[in-house]
Write a protein that binds this ligand. Sequence first.
Ligand code: KG4
Ligand code: ZN
Length: 347
Amino acid sequence: MIRQELFLLFLCMLILGIETSCDETSASIVKDGNEILSNIILSQDVLHRQFGGVVPEIACRAHLESVISVINNAVVDAKAQLAEIDAIAVVNTPGLIGALLIGVTSAKTLCMALDIPLIAINHLHSHIYANNLEHGDIQYPTVSLVVSGGHTTLFLSESETKHIPLGGTIDDAAGEAFDKVSKILGLGYPGGPVIDKLARQGNRSAIAFPRSYLEKDSLDFSFSGLKTAVLYYYRGQDANVSQSKPLSNQEIADIAASFQEAVIDVLVDKTVQASHRYNVQGILVGGGVAANSRLRQRLKEKSEETGIPVYYPSARLCTDNAAMVAGLAYKKYLEGNSADLTLEAIP
Ligand code: KG4
Ligand code: ZN
């Protein structure tokens, strides 16, 4: 407690963040919740590419092999010493159980050895906080959309640390749909960036793929029907033309653009609907899919139309990283919210 009061007095606190919830091993040191001194991100994309998605067992082993060197690199990159770290933050939920356990166990061990506090972080909340690392002027409440490979969730955010879920996907996450459609089209993994790029050459009105809005006023999402529609369209087209020639590059680009537009229509409509319903001061977007150029453009247009500011992080802070974990931990710590060594990983 004395320690916490001293930090409050001098407001200079170095937090080491650790993120291993999915397929990035990341460690970062952030000062006072907003100054990123280092942010090491080791992606496992190359290990999972041949499978078209994340293989939990492979992810877990890769975290185990690299977590210590990633943490060391974060300390060196920040020109700091381990002894200068004031607290350690770790994502303990949600994520792949084996992957989370590597981060949680590393964090607990370091906290015990250094005798410093441990702060537990929710992965989705940290994606939202990525905005606070780069935008100082956010007013609350906000509607916050976390859109990634594992999640598509809308929150009502009352502060940097208080997030009330409003809706989420009932089947595939939006990023998962990008990855699966990319696999169908033979474009590789991860699918989001490649579809984003290819879609710029395609006609987004070429194919009328379905938009799933579920029940009226629902803030839940569903993308598995859309993914199946793309699969059937692709197979049908392929079968029709296979006697003569395979689908042209332009036809593939048209499928990518039409699919992407169907995902984004629903994401934008539901986010704007929620922002009106809860009369918020802003919209925050985070997660890997928040890097999508068309989503950013559409939300910017909506912001100009409605006057509600929309924030999204720079591309590097959209995908999984530990800077957003260490940053959010500072706010939680100031609220007296720390964990102890009984902390569990929750998948
Ligand atoms: O947040 P993230 O790094 O990991 C999870 O927590 O899931 O998100 C990864 C997801 C992948 O599905 C990837 O295809 C998607 O984000 N993604 C994108 C883009 N960049 C990454 N999706 C659409 N457009 C992008 N530019
Ligand atoms: Zn994520």
